[in-house]
Design a protein around this ligand. Sequence first.
Ligand SMILES: CC(C)(COP(=O)(O)OP(=O)(O)OC[C@H]1O[C@@H](n2cnc3c(N)ncnc32)[C@H](O)[C@@H]1OP(=O)(O)O)[C@@H](O)C(=O)NCCC(=O)NCCS
Length: 172
Amino acid sequence: MIASDVELGDGVVLCQPDLINLYGCRIGSGTRVGPFVEIQKDVEVGSNCKISSHSFLCSGVALEDGVFVGHGVMFVNDKYPRATAAEGSLQTENDWTCLPTTIRRNASIGSHATILGGVTVGEHALVGAGAVVTRDVPDYAIVAGVPARVIGDARTKTDSVRHETSEYVMNL
Ligand SMILES: CC(C)(COP(=O)(O)OP(=O)(O)OC[C@H]1O[C@@H](n2cnc3c(N)ncnc32)[C@H](O)[C@@H]1OP(=O)(O)O)[C@@H](O)C(=O)NCCC(=O)NCCS
C-alpha cells in the first residue's frame, strides 16, 4: 500500500509495491525499496539509498543519501513503550515521546540490526548484522554485537570508502 501522501523522487524503485507499506514519508531520487518494507509517516529517506526486504523504518527516522539498510532491520522510536495511558485507555500520540534517529550519508546497517531511538550513525559507518545499536556510532566506525561496540574502521575494508577517503586526503 503506497498512501497518496507519500513523496517519491525521480527514479525511485519499489520492488513489488503491493507488498510494501509506505505512508506520509518522503523517498529521495534513485532509492530502491524491497518487498515487505514498512516506512511510517514523517520518515525522510535520501537519494540513492537501498532498503532491503522486511525492514521497518518508524516515524522519527531520517536516512541521508547513499544509506544501505539490510534485510529485517528494525528501528525503534519509543524507549519505554506502553499500550495504554495511565487511566487505562489506549495511548495516543500525545502519551509518548518519539525519539529521532539519523543515519548519516553512505552508512550501512547490517541485516537484522536493531537501531534504538535517539542515536546517530555516522557517515560511512558499518553496523554489523544482528547488532543492537544503543549509542551514537562515530563516522567510519564498524560496530557489532549487543550492545554494539566499535570493532574496526570501515576505511580499511571497503573500496568505495578507501577511494573517497584518499581523494579527500589528496584534496586537503
Ligand atoms: C560487522 C562486519 C562489517 C565485520 O566485518 P569485519 O570487520 O571484516 O570483521 P571480521 O569478520 O574480521 O570479525 C572481527 C570480529 O568481529 C566478530 N564479528 C563480525 N561480525 C559480527 C557481527 N555481525 N556480530 C558480532 N560479532 C561479529 C567476529 O566474530 C570477529 O570476532 P573475533 O575476533 O572474536 O573472532 C561484518 O561481519 C557484518 O556483520 N557485516 C554486515 C553484513 C550484512 O548484514 N549485510 C547485509 C546484506 S547481505
